[in-house]
Ligand binder design. Structure first.
Ligand SMILES: Cc1ncc(COP(=O)(O)O)c(C=O)c1O
Length: 473
């Protein structure tokens, strides 16, 4: 017998309760959003984790410890107050989007409806939304027909694409026989490629040493001559270079590798080209900046994060395959309780053939809503705005004698140094003051301050204030 009465169970799921709490929570969030967009208060009320944990550690609640009212209060006082305020115009740290409010509402719908999505019947509309947005994204790349999948995060998306590259280009069935059957496999990637590429090689059993790091030029872009040399060296060492990974918007500096040249080289040498566009593929939305990605259509696979410059809440990442059949190459398993041996066409609606995830979120809805409500033009306009703000910041830094600009930004990431002091100390002071959030990056033997302009509402006055605050630090 259940310890709960029917009445108690019904109260937990009560729709009226949900409606009431929902109104209050939306009011709370709307206020939070407005306050942050206006730049009121700090970006972050810094608390060292060792201090913060003291507030959160409580005994396991066997009985309820909060009334619904106290829960709402805790949301405001404890949760929201101690978030990094992502919509604040002085939040210039990581490549994380200030999400579109409507997309956040879509995530609420995704959460309540909880469509498992493994197979079509566990998320019929969710499956259709996903297919539609992937079709649109493929068209933006320049592909008429592609087959793709949404997954949770760029790291997992890169792994998925590289698994497909391994299966199609190794020369034997690696999925079934393992990696040791043939020649050692290699992946060629820029020295600035995201760490998830090396991590993928580790997970795939190739070993992280299998990622051959190709030198970048002074602008942070992969050096194509160095790629050719690295490829020849792989052959000379009796190893099998199966893929090149180009990055469109690398993490340290936002630089975009020369995709057309790399793509041409890959075509000539039967290499799989994977473009990690987690950060920069959203430039495809912009009529001003899409030419920076010329050649992306030559890729075999592209990763494109929604929760970066598409202004989505985390997580939603697209793994796009130019050849539809390659979308099945990463994973291959029998699961008779899910996949029932139907026709290829109807099986293609079962998304978990293509992902590591079995259950996943209804991720397509928020993208579908954004494309439908704002169109490519307005979403591209947001990209234009943050790129323009990054250029303006770069200009100010270049003009200031006491600052050193690393390079003109190709996207929305700007790296710089102030004076000759300890840059890490400058950053720590700034972050702990709560005035700004920014990051740092080690390039060669120097540490650089790093800003990512993600918020289209970051204004020139915020940039001026940043320089002043650093000078005063
Ligand atoms: C170029 C690039 N690729 C992949 C990733 C990983 O993406 P995610 O954080 O969504 O897993 C990042 C993250 O910043 C990135 O910058």
């Amino acid at each position: 017998m259940s310890k709960l009465s029917k009445k108690e169970i019904a109260a937990i799921f009560d729709g009226t309760e949900f409606r009431g709490a929902g109104h209050v929570i939306i009011d709370l969030l709307a206020e939070y959003l407005e306050k942050n967009l206006q730049g009121q208060g700090n970006v972050l009320d810094w608390q060292a984790p060792q201090d913060a944990i003291k507030h959160w550690q409580k005994p396991l609640p066997i009985q309820p410890t909060l009334t619904p009212k106290a829960f709402i209060k805790a949301l405001g006082d404890d949760v929201l107050a101690h978030t990094l305020h992502i919509h604040h115009p002085r939040n210039l740290g990581h490549q994380v989007a200030p999400p579109l409010p409507v997309a956040a509402l879509c995530d609420l719908i995704a959460a309540l409806t909880n469509q498992a999505m493994a197979v079509y019947e566990t998320g019929p509309s969710a499956t259709m939304l996903e297919r539609q947005v992937l079709q649109w994204m493929g068209e933006l790349i320049g592909w008429k027909s592609s087959a793709s999948v949404l997954t949770s995060g760029g790291a997992q998306a890169n792994l998925t694409a590289l698994l497909a590259a391994r299966q199609t280009h190794a020369g034997w069935d690696v999925w079934q026989q393992g990696v040791s059957t043939g020649m050692p496999l290699r992946i060629l990637a820029s020295e600035h490629s995201h760490y998830s590429v090396s991590r993928a090689a580790g997970i795939m059993g190739l070993g992280t040493d299998a990622v051959i790091k190709v030198a970048a030029d002074s602008q942070g872009r992969m050096d194509v001559a160095a790629l050719q040399t690295a490829y020849q060296q792989c052959l000379a060492q009796d190893t099998n270079p199966l893929a090149a990974v180009a990055t469109a918007g690398c993490t340290p500096t936002g630089s975009i590798d020369p995709l057309f040249e790399i793509g041409t080289f890959c075509r000539e040498n039967q290499l799989w080209l994977h473009v990690d566009g987690a950060h920069g593929a959203s430039a495809l939305l912009s009529s001003t900046h899409k030419s920076k990605l010329a050649g992306i259509e030559l890729a075999d696979s592209v990763v494109w994060d929604g929760h970066k410059l598409l202004h989505m809440p985390a997580t939603v990442s697209a793994v796009l395959f130019r050849e539809p059949q390659n979308s099945y190459a990463a994973f291959a398993q029998e699961a008779s309780y899910l996949f029932q041996g139907n026709s290829e066409e109807s099986e293609s609606y079962n998304t978990s053939y293509r992902t590591l995830e079995c259950t996943k979120r209804m991720m397509g809805l928020k993208l579908w809503a954004a494309f439908s409500l704002y169109g490519v033009e307005k979403l591209g306009g947001l990209v234009d705005q943050v790129f323009a703000t990054a250029s303006l910041l770069a200009q100010k830094l270049a003009d200031a004698p006491d600052f050193e600009l690393l390079m003109q930004p190709q996207t929305n990431i700007v790296c710089f140094r102030y004076g000759v002091g300890d840059q890490a100390e400058i950053r720590n002071k700034l972050v702990e003051s709560g005035a700004f959030h920014l990051t740092q990056v080690q390039l060669g033997d120097q540490l650089w301050l790093r800003t990512t302009i993600m918020n289209p509402l970051t204004a020139e006055s915020d940039l001026d204030a940043l320089l002043e605050k650093i000078r005063a630090s």
